[in-house]
Design a protein around this ligand. Structure first.
Ligand code: 1DX
Length: 190
């Protein structure tokens, strides 16, 4: 995956747990290079080692780390140069989820080595939809829960994400039931 992903993990660990925690994660993950370059490709294995090492150092499950990371990714990419891209892809949670493949297609024009997952929304209603997640990669599913929660924060929307199908259980892709409710406008007084 592109280095941006590893940089975001690094930033999350540093910001939330401090420099010492990050040094421990790096050591446990046996990272040789000092710094990640956003637009350079890295083996997926390195990302998995980072998640595993963070899990051990911080005493959280790998799934918890990935979920927290998904949520972090939304704000991190918004402030690390991709805010306009993200703004362009929707004004609310369901619209953004419907546009995810378009977002990745746009990134792919400039960074052709991206191997984006594919997301499809079905049964889209006022307050819920089914989100289908197709990925070239294994083991990142908990991150999707966090990604959707991060989008909820971004769009001021209460979300509830439950996985309803799993590749681990033999289904051909992962599926989530997403319930959402936009926060009502704060009343103003004159
Ligand atoms: F719900 O692969 C909300 O490297 C979501 O299964 C989900 O293959 C937001 F410059 C620039 C670059 C770089 C921008 F080239 C990525 F480096 C992409 C920015 C998406 C914002 C996918 C990252 C593939 C790298 C993948 C989980 C799980 C998708 C990570 C989250 C908005 C992004 O992202 C899987 C790769 C961007 C960029 C966004 C992703 C690769 C997502 C989301 N993906 C690289």
């Amino acid at each position: 995956m592109y280095g941006l992903v590893n940089k975001a993990i690094q930033d999350m660990v540093r910001t939330n747990f401090g420099e010492e925690a990050w040094q421990n994660v790096k050591q446990k993950a046996a990272i040789e290079n000092e710094t990640f370059v956003s637009i350079e490709g890295y083996p997926d294995d390195l990302t998995h080692r980072l998640v595993r090492a963070a899990s051990e150092v911080l005493g959280l499950s790998s799934a918890a780390i990935m979920q927290a990371f998904g949520e972090y990714w939304v704000q991190y990419t918004a402030r690390e140069g991709f805010g306009e891209l993200i703004d362009m892809c929707g004004d609310n949670l369901p619209e953004f989820l419907e546009n995810l493949d378009n977002l990745h297609a746009r990134v792919g024009i400039v960074f052709p080595k991206i191997q984006p997952p594919s997301f499809e929304c079905t049964e889209v209603e006022e307050e819920n939809l089914n989100l289908h997640y197709y990925s070239h990669r294994q083991g990142l599913t908990p991150m999707v829960v966090g990604l959707v929660q991060g989008l909820g924060k971004r769009f001021d929307t209460e979300v509830d994400v439950t996985q309803t199908k799993s590749r681990e259980d033999g289904d051909d892709h992962d599926e989530f039931s997403v319930k959402y409710k936009k926060a009502s406008a704060t009343p103003r007084h004159c």
